[in-house]
Structures are given as structure tokens and as C-alpha cells.
Design a protein around this ligand. Structure first.
Ligand SMILES: *Cc1c(COP(=O)(O)O)cnc(C)c1O
Length: 390
């Protein structure tokens, strides 16, 4: 990453050197299939067990409530489809929000095509979903509620505990996509009182392609991969042992270091938000300032294109996102900003900066200075800036 200032930690994070170290033996002397009984297999099994305990510890779960998956998207798909099909006889109604990640929204759209009904709650202007909205949406046919813990674009943190009070009282399952919070902020499945929770290793300095679904004991779920007994029969296929060991190590490191990192990252965030809002004309922050992910800055810069800003910053060696990574390449403005009520034109100017633990104040300051220059330069070329009357 020589010369690169990486400010896109919501998209992915670099693998911690200690995580890579932990993974290497499982490509070498401990390469065995963890389902076998000879020593090379038992070494792999021991790595698997240790990782399961570390992940469970990080989120306050029991080890047998952790199902390893091929990432956050798989965990979300498994939770939604798995619970929907398991409870089909009980009802066909699902409640979620307009600001979920596509890994939740697309399985919901699929379930609609299969005869389920989905209610999409809209956030308030600050980016929050309220427990009363969930309560109002529930019907006797509701089987599942899925509300993300923190939003990957605007960083707002949802009141999952209060939402759980509503779902619990009504006997409805609650899933939360906690991919953005696990490893960055304290997350306890007991405290949140959820039944299903998704997490992903590469969002907290672990490897890509591995994650987990927390499944509270007794939660009905249809198996998501069939063809073997792995993961209590829910997720067949020989384990990705090196990846899972990496996830475990990342979880252990996060448990020990997150408090210190979060407060430092949060001060970078606040420094950048204050500087952008005070120095760049017509900049507005998307999503309420609090409660918000420690590293998340998301702003609209009137009459600019997010993609143009992104490319300009890339020439300065700075990596940021416009909209969400998954939407890059499409010209559609972010579904999250639109749900907040941001007008379409303004939504196209969205820029997301997400700080991580290796960033410094100098990097934050340099990025804001480059953003200020890019905005000024691009606005000179923009036909609709400044608008008359400004
Ligand atoms: C990144 C992300 C996902 C997808 O996780 P993968 O491991 O990349 O599949 C899902 N939900 C949210 C909120 C995310 O930020």
C-alpha cells in the first residue's frame, strides 16, 4: 500500500499480519480435512474449534451457535431464506428496511417472487428505524424481522435491542446484519437479544470469503447447503480451515484492541466531518452524527458526481467510495440516500470515507484538502454550480 491512503474500510480491510500468520499452517502441515480422525485432520479440527470459540466470545454467543459461512452475503441469505422456509407454515410475512445491504434486499425480493410478502420500513431523515415502526408493521402472519445493526453507507446504528423487545413480545424471529459493527464496536447477541446475526471477517482485518451466522439455539432454519454433516448439517462442504482460522484470529484481536481503535478512529471521523462541513461550500452530512459507526463519513457535495470525485481522489492516491462499493459501475444513486429523502441529483454526489485503525490525522487532513480542491475544480466545470440565487 506504498503511497496509498486507504479510506474505504467499509468496503474491506487489509489482512492483519497476525491473522495471516495464524492462517499459514492450515495451508501446510495442518492441511487435513477436519472431519478425519488421523493427526493431520485433528490439527485442522483443533484450529476450527479454537476459531469457533474466539468468534463466539467476540459476540457473547456459545460456540455451538456459530455457523461458519462463505462471508456476510451468505450469512444474510442463509438467515432470510433459511428462516422463511422453516416457518412457511406459520406465516409468509417478513419485515425489513429500505436501507439494508443488497445481501438482504435481494433475498427478500426473491422471497417475494416465491409468495412471501415483505414490508420495507423507511428510515427517518437521520437514517434511523424506530421500534414503533416495527411494531406497527407486524401482523399475525409475520415470521421474521431483519434490521441491520449499522448501515454500511451512512454508518447509522439502529436500536436493535428496542426492536428485539417488540419482536420477542410478539414471538417473531429477529435477524440483524451486523457485518459493519462486529469487530469495530462491542456486539453481544444476548444484549441485542437477536435470534440470527451475520458477520464477515474481511470487514475487520480478516480474510475475504469467510464469515459466520449466529443462530440462537432452537431457532428454526432450513439447511443452506446440503451434502454433508458440517456445521450441524446447516452448511455442508469441507471447511475453509485457513479462512476460518483467520476469522478466529481477527475476532481475538478485535476483542482485545477494539476499544482503543474505536476511539482513535472516531476522532479521525469527527475531525474530517468538521473540516468538510466548515471548508467545503454546499457540503452536507448524510445520516445523523450519532449514534454512528466510528469511521464513517458520508457527504453530498451539491452539483458534483460522486464518481468524478472518487476518480480525482484516486489520482492523489486516496481510496474512497461513491455510494456503496456494490453499486459502483451503476449510474443509479444510492438506494440508502434516496430512502433518506435526499433528492436524486444530490444523491449522485455522495462520497463515503471510512477510516480504519492504520489511518493517521495527517492522512485525514490530506484527504479533506484533496476533496476540497477536487470539489472546487470540478464545480468550475459544472454547468449547474453555482445555481442562480446562490
Ligand atoms: C460487506 C457487507 C456485506 C457483505 O459481506 P461479504 O462478506 O462481502 O459477503 C453484507 N452486509 C453489510 C452491511 C456489509 O457491509
Amino acid at each position: 500500500m506504498e503511497g496509498i491512503i486507504y479510506l474505504d474500510h467499509a468496503a474491506t480491510t487489509p489482512v492483519d499480519a497476525r491473522v495471516l500468520e495464524e492462517m499459514l499452517p492450515y495451508f501446510g502441515e495442518a492441511f487435513g480435512n477436519p472431519a478425519t480422525l488421523y493427526s493431520v485432520g485433528m490439527m485442522a479440527k483443533a484450529g476450527l474449534d479454537a476459531a469457533r470459540e474466539r468468534v463466539a466470545f467476540l459476540i457473547g454467543a456459545a460456540p455451538d451457535e456459530i455457523v461458519f459461512t462463505g462471508g456476510g452475503t451468505e450469512a444474510d441469505n442463509a438467515a432470510l431464506k433459511g428462516a422463511a422456509y422453516a416457518l412457511r407454515d406459520k406465516g409468509n410475512h417478513i419485515v425489513t428496511t429500505q436501507i439494508e445491504h443488497h445481501a438482504v434486499l435481494e433475498p427478500c425480493a426473491f422471497l417475494e417472487s416465491q409468495g412471501f410478502e415483505v414490508t420495507y420500513l423507511s428510515p427517518d431523515a437521520g437514517g434511523f428505524i424506530h421500534p414503533e415502526q416495527v411494531a406497527e408493521a407486524l401482523t399475525p402472519r409475520t415470521i421474521l424481522v431483519s434490521v441491520m445493526h449499522a448501515n454500511n453507507e451512512i454508518g447509522t446504528i439502529q436500536p436493535i435491542r428496542d426492536i428485539a423487545r417488540v419482536t420477542r413480545e410478539r414471538g417473531v424471529l429477529l435477524h440483524t446484519d451486523a457485518v459493519q459493527t462486529v469487530g469495530s464496536l462491542p456486539v453481544s447477541v444476548r444484549e441485542l437479544s437477536v435470534d440470527l446475526l451475520s458477520l464477515s471477517a474481511h470487514k475487520f482485518y480478516g480474510p475475504k470469503g469467510v464469515g459466520a451466522l449466529y443462530v440462537r439455539r432452537g431457532t428454526p432454519l432450513v439447511p443452506f447447503l446440503q451434502g454433508g454433516g458440517q456445521e450441524q448439517g446447516l452448511r455442508a462442504s469441507t471447511h475453509n480451515v485457513p479462512g476460518i482460522a483467520g476469522l478466529g484470529k481477527a475476532a481475538e484481536i478485535a476483542a482485545g484492541e477494539m476499544a482503543r481503535n474505536a476511539s482513535r478512529i472516531q476522532s479521525l471521523r469527527d475531525r474530517a466531518i468538521d473540516a468538510i462541513l466548515s471548508r467545503i461550500p454546499d457540503a452536507r452530512l448524510n445520516g445523523s452524527r450519532a449514534p454512528r459507526l466510528p469511521g464513517n463519513v458520508n457527504v453530498c457535495l451539491a452539483s458534483l458526481e460522486g464518481e468524478a470525485i472518487l476518480l480525482s481522489l484516486d489520482m492523489d492516491g486516496i481510496c474512497v467510495a461513491s455510494g456503496s462499493a456494490c453499486a459502483t459501475g451503476s449510474v443509479e444513486p444510492s438506494h440508502v440516500l434516496l430512502a433518506l429523502g435526499v433528492p436524486r441529483d444530490l444523491a449522485r454526489s455522495g462520497i463515503r470515507i471510512t477510516f480504519g485503525r492504520e489511518n493517521t490525522e495527517e492522512e485525514a487532513d490530506f484527504a479533506v484538502a484533496c476533496l476540497e480542491k477536487a470539489a472546487a475544480r470540478l464545480r468550475v466545470m459544472s454547468p449547474d454550480y453555482p445555481r442562480s440565487g446562490r
